[in-house]
Design a protein. Structure first.
Ligand SMILES: [Zn+2]
Length: 258
């Protein structure tokens, strides 16, 4: 079988029946490249590097799902096969290059190859996420990512990025609440922002619908161990509850005041 589009093979839903309005999303949770792609021709070092996934993001998101008793929707496939935070027409949905690495298995893809990948890996993710969001009365979309401390040889000083697209209500609330929760270097729309095409999930599932939303980027050296991942998840869970409370949203009473 060339492609499997069985949802359970490509999308992981945790706590799908949670009552919380929070919908956690992790598009880059996995570095798995299905066998049929023959590792996309990549060397071993590249297959598990940050170009293939967001190291630590899955663990942080999982712990947050537990702390907040909230659903978590994750892609089970490497972003090099299909980046679920990109629309099918974006060249970097199936990048032929990422940072220093060429990705041989993504070179010269035909229109049909691209359409097949989108159908197999993006459509189930998009549909599953939409179903989870639609099942909640006043959903709050929080996407969890990690970024590399050094990119193309440049060291990044920012430690936490709070990213937004056109609707910055929840990003503002997070940034305003930051001093109550952390001494880490927190910045809006860093180390990149909507101009780099990274807010696709927010733009698709939250902004047009007026759902509160934010994208969280954590420098991956800060979540490299189990204890650090748990600590960061605890930090972000408390921070989220506080930020939402300042907007009049209580996670206990599922109110829709915004
Ligand atoms: Zn990411």
């Amino acid at each position: 079988m060339a492609h499997s589009n069985q949802i359970e093979n490509v999308v992981q839903i945790t706590r799908g029946d949670a009552a919380s309005p929070v919908v956690l999303v992790c598009e880059h949770a996995s570095h798995l490249i299905p066998d049929e792609f023959d590792n996309l021709g990549l060397p071993e070092a590249a297959k598990r590097s940050h170009i293939a996934w967001d190291p630590g993001a899955h663990e942080v998101a999982s712990h947050m799902s537990q702390h907040l008793q909230a659903v978590l929707v994750e892609s089970k496939i490497s972003r090099l096969v299909y980046d679920c935070n990109r629309p099918p027409e974006a060249p970097d949905a199936m990048p032929a290059r990422s940072e220093a690495f060429a990705i041989p298995g993504n070179e010269g893809l035909t229109k049909q190859d691209r359409a097949q990948r989108a159908q197999a890996f993006y459509d189930p993710f998009r549909r599953s996420l939409a179903t989870q969001i639609n099942a909640r009365k006043c959903p709050v979309i929080i996407t969890i990512h990690s970024f590399t401390p050094v990119y193309n040889g440049t060291v990044r000083d920012v430690e936490i990025g709070i990213l937004q697209d056109d609707d910055g209500r929840l990003a503002d609330a997070f940034l305003n609440a930051a001093p109550r929760h952390t001494d880490l270097r927190v910045q809006r729309n860093a180390p990149y922002g909507p101009e780099h095409g990274v807010t696709h999930t927010l733009k698709t599932h939250a902004v047009p619908q007026r759902h509160l939303n934010v994208m969280i980027e954590i420098r991956n050296d800060l979540i490299a161990t189990e204890s650090a991942q748990l600590e960061m998840a605890t930090l972000f869970s408390r921070w989220a509850v506080d930020a939402l409370a300042t907007l009049g949203v209580s996670l206990e009473h599922t109110s829709c005041k915004v």
